[in-house]
Structure formats: C-alpha cells, structure tokens
Design a protein around this ligand. Structure first.
Ligand code: 5GP
Ligand code: ZN
Length: 114
C-alpha cells in the first residue's frame, strides 16, 4: 500500500493538519474543505472500503464514531451538530481507497445530500 495517500499521512511522509491521534485512529483536516469544519477520520490500518473490513478490524470502526464526537466537541460543534459520512466505491464518490469518515459542520447542512 505504498501509494496510498492516507497511509503516507499516517507515516508522516506527507504533511497533514492532525487534530487527533491514537494507536488506531488518525484525524486530520481535509485539504479541500466543503464546510468550516471538515475533518477526515481514518483507521491507521489500511482498509480500502467497507467491503474489506475484517472481523478483527471491527472494534476500531466503533471507536471512530466516539472519536468523531470528541473531535466535533473540540471543534465547537456540540450544540449545532455535525455530519459523519463515508463514501463507499466510486459510485458514491469515493476517491481515496483507504476508509475515511468526513466529519462536516459549522454551516447549515441540507438533507438528503446530493
Ligand atoms: P472521498 O471522495 O474519497 O470520500 O474523499 C477524499 C477526501 O480526501 C476529499 O475530501 C479530499 O479533499 C481529501 N484529500 C485528498 N488528498 C488529501 C491530502 O493529501 N490531504 C488531505 N488532508 N486531504 C486529502
Ligand atoms: Zn492506506
């Protein structure tokens, strides 16, 4: 997975504005934000899509949601709320094939998304 851009960010081979890190998870600001707050949360382990999640990897995906709430709070979104969204495969807009959750907030968010 040498060419995976998010693995490179995990290994600090390319820079990112990291807002949270633990042994399993990294959260950093999206390079092309679509809202005042736009943070990506990723498992440090390379998993390409939801279809590739192994049984042993499942706990980290639960933990990511709790981390998202913590990061959202730190970003001042506790009252207004936020959206946590992940695109799976090209048809849904996935461009980077290392699972990532977009934490988006700080502006009015419409539903349903486009
Ligand atoms: P996707 O379309 O795969 O769900 O989302 C990929 C996201 O990764 C996009 O929002 C894009 O702006 C972001 N992104 C792509 N390359 C980089 C990068 O090198 N650094 C950061 N911080 N974000 C990136
Ligand atoms: Zn990767």
């Amino acid at each position: 997975m040498q060419e995976c851009i998010f693995c490179k960010i995990v290994r600090r081979e390319i820079p990112a504005d990291v807002v949270y890190e633990d042994d399993d998870i990294l959260a950093f600001k999206d390079i092309n934000p679509v809202a005042p707050v736009h943070i990506l949360l990723i498992p440090k382990k390379h998993v390409a899509t939801f279809f590739d999640i192994a049984a042993e990897d499942q706990p980290v995906f639960g933990k990511i949601q709790a981390v998202a709430a913590q990061v959202a709070k730190e970003q001042g979104l506790e009252e207004k709320g936020f959206r946590l969204v992940a695109n799976c495969l090209e048809g849904a807009g996935q461009v980077v094939f290392h699972i990532h959750y977009h934490l988006v907030g700080g502006r009015e968010l419409t539903w349903p998304p486009g």
